[in-house]
Design a protein around this ligand. Structure first.
Ligand SMILES: [Zn+2]
Length: 680
């Protein structure tokens, strides 16, 4: 399974999107999403009182959450459109014929197998049986390392994570790494907190685990007792897992040691046997992100009986396979992970799920066709031009900062100059030739795809870091900065309206994709990114005085966002969301600077009753229009590093005197913070 990657992305929920109403036989690609949307605006709201509801009020009323969604926003509208494009590609390629390229055979047959519910139904749990038998056959705890290796080979994410990663202190080389893992709920806090809501979620989770065991054929009593065992094992893992806020400190999750030292931490688990089973290249040292987790896992293996661990592994096997098993499993999986956790009322139509799984497992094969269809070279050129304009603005901003000294500035400008820009899609597409996709074998395809990805990652160990690779697939509506590679990445999926619209004016595009580019650029200088140098190495390049001043400025954001209430008594976590909030605030400012430079040579007039500046801020506000269920809001506040949509707008503009000026807000207006925060 994959180690938790340190990449810093733009948005929280883009990947779970899609609208229910689209008719299955309707292959017409919806019209592009509107970028600047007059109809979205609620003019009855004063922009200086609540800008988010001014920019989005009518949109929010007109766009209720579809039954199969947990949230519905502009990201989802675009994702929906991209999905229809992908489905058309997949339906064409799923026809069985000999004229397909090897990649087309793979995406076509993967999709076909996933869609073939009748075949999946008739096979029942048979495709999963070999895995269950294998777990059942273990007679001694000494067999665990080999068993864990076999499960990880198939993408069954139990006990811990293992993969490769650039060495944070020598980022041009890839090393092996192991990390915390093995939980079924989204975060350690779900197991450990005692408030009523956490207890309720935990009880429902335990019931879900019970139900899954029942579907495997266990008696109700047996299933209930097994679920209790699963809770005990996972709670023990949760207790030794690190908190999300703590994990934001890259030094706290970097512990390079020899394999002998790793073995000393966990005498009950023979790592050499695990490494042989996963066919990892030979290595002598690795990053053990959390030594305390490894110790705790060792304690668990040493003290628990084998049957309990086998029960826990059996749960993770069925959990991993659930989406490719018969309907009863799919429905039960949705009932907890969809309905209870995110508040979605209905399962997404099958085709949308199958498009999503194909994108997850064969993203760069499917992505080539998407790029050909939806991302003309002109879009790439226009984006690149904007990236350069944004880089110039950030350069100017850093040079002018009053709180940063000349030494740190020099280093910061050097780092900025070395940020690599990756736009749209990879220069070199992934080679899937080692992955076999068999028509009619839905679960087998999924397991083989997991195996392919796991070993693709492992095979990087001891090799130079390939910075041309992508962590997101081309149709993805998202973007990211990678601190270990010092690059910004914008998949073709987001370089579309409403973010970038070739027919829109500069002010709208700079409020949209411009601010997104600024957001990613400033991630190189947030509380995490700033700890990595131009080459991606974890190394302090700030003077102590500048680091101290920077931290003080950041504390302002921590306090501001800590104060926002998301739902009931759940506050946003200022420290968890700090990097994203700094990026939102900095990104919008930098983009505004870049826009002013562009408008100086090609001025814009007022339009639709709005000045260019106003359209710029509306461009930002309107990309975040979003309705969400209370469950989704809670989940995001507890586990996600991105602020809630409303605060990504109001939290940011209320710090920005440019906004106050654009809308002529009077002193004392709610959208003018008394203690405005600013880093960039
Ligand atoms: Zn971000």
């Amino acid at each position: 399974m994959k180690k938790i990657l340190l990449i810093i992305c733009l948005a929280a929920q883009a990947a779970v999107a899609s609208q229910a109403q689209t008719n299955q036989s309707d292959s017409a690609v919806p019209k592009p999403v509107k970028s600047f949307d007059l109809d979205a605006i609620d003019k009855s709201v004063d922009p200086c009182v609540d800008f988010y509801h001014f920019a989005c009020g009518n949109w929010l009323r007109q766009n209720p959450i579809p039954a199969d969604q947990a949230a519905w926003g502009r990201f989802n509208e675009l994702h929906e459109r991209n999905q229809v494009i992908l489905r058309n590609i997949l339906e064409k390629q799923s026809a069985d014929n000999s004229n397909r390229t090897p990649d087309d055979q793979k995406i076509g047959d993967y999709y076909f197998s996933c869609m073939d519910e009748a075949a999946i139904e008739s096979k029942g749990t048979k495709p999963l049986q070999p895995v269950l038998d294998r777990i059942n056959a273990a007679k001694n705890k000494s067999e665990l390392p080999q068993l864990m290796g076999e499960l990880h080979n198939q993408g069954i994410n139990a006990l811990f994570a293992f993969s490769s990663e650039p060495d944070a202190k020598n980022a041009s080389m890839v090393i092996a790494g192991t990390d915390q893992g093995g939980l079924g709920l989204p975060d350690r806090d779900y197991y450990l907190k005692d408030d009523a809501k956490s207890v309720e979620t935990r009880n429902k989770y335990q019931q879900h685990v019970t139900n899954m065991f029942k579907l495997l054929g266990d008696s109700p009593d047996q299933a209930a007792s097994e679920a209790k065992t699963v809770m005990q094992v996972e709670t023990a893992l949760a207790k030794v897992s690190m908190d999300r806020v703590e994990r934001r400190d890259p030094n706290k999750v970097y512990h390079k040691m020899t394999t002998a030292q790793l073995q000393e931490l966990s005498p009950a688990f023979k790592w050499s046997e695990y490494l042989v089973t996963i066919k990892a290249p030979e290595f002598s040292s690795l990053d053990v992100s959390e030594p305390d987790f490894v110790k705790g896992m060792n304690q668990l293996i040493a003290s628990d009986d084998l049957d309990s661990i086998k029960t826990y592994l059996r749960w993770h096997a069925v959990h991993s396979a659930a989406t490719m098993l018969p309907k009863a499993f799919v429905d039960e999986n949705f009932a907890f992970f969809g309905k209870t956790l995110t508040g979605a009322q209905e399962l997404r139509p099958r085709w949308k799920r199958c498009v999503q799984y194909t994108d997850n497992d064969l993203g760069e094969a499917l992505g080539q066709a998407f790029v050909a269809e939806a991302f003309p070279p002109a879009s790439k050129a226009a984006t690149l031009k904007m990236v350069h304009e944004l880089e110039d603005a950030l350069k100017k901003d850093i040079s002018q900062l009053s709180w940063m000294g000349p030494e740190t500035k020099k280093q910061a400008l050097y780092k900025l100059a070395h940020i690599d820009n990756k736009i749209g899609y990879p220069d070199k597409w992934r080679d899937y030739s080692a992955l076999e996709i068999i028509r009619g074998d839905a679960l087998g395809n999924s397991f083989r795809a997991n195996d392919f990805e796991f070993h693709r990652q492992l095979n990087k160990i001891n090799k130079p870091t390939d910075r041309q690779e992508w962590e997101m697939t081309p149709p993805t509506v998202n973007a990211y900065y990678n601190p270990l590679e010092n690059n910004i990445n914008f998949p073709a999926g987001i370089l579309q309206p409403p973010f970038y619209d070739k027919n829109a004016d500069d002010s709208t595009n700079f409020g949209g994709i411009g601010a997104v580019i600024g957001h990613e650029l400033t991630h190189g200088f947030d509380d995490q990114g700033s700890q990595f140098d131009a080459q991606g190495n974890l190394r302090e390049w700030w003077t102590p005085q500048d680091r101290e001043r920077f931290t003080k400025l950041e504390d302002c954001f921590v306090n501001e966002y800590d104060g926002f209430v998301v739902i009931d008594d759940v506050h946003m976590k200022g420290k968890l969301t700090l990097g994203e909030n700094t990026a939102d605030n900095g990104g919008l400012r930098i983009s505004h600077m870049a826009l002013l430079d562009v408008l100086a040579s090609s001025p814009e007039k007022d339009k639709d009753g709005f000045t260019p500046d106003q359209r710029f801020y509306l461009g930002w506000g309107q990309i975040w229009c979003e309705n969400e269920t209370p469950e989704a809001a809670r989940l995001q506040a507890l586990t996600n590093e991105h602020a809630d949509a409303k605060y990504r707008v109001n939290g940011v503009v209320s710090n920005d005197e440019g906004f106050a000026k654009a809308f002529a807000c009077k002193p004392g207006s709610p959208m003018i913070r008394k203690n405005a925060c600013r880093v960039w």
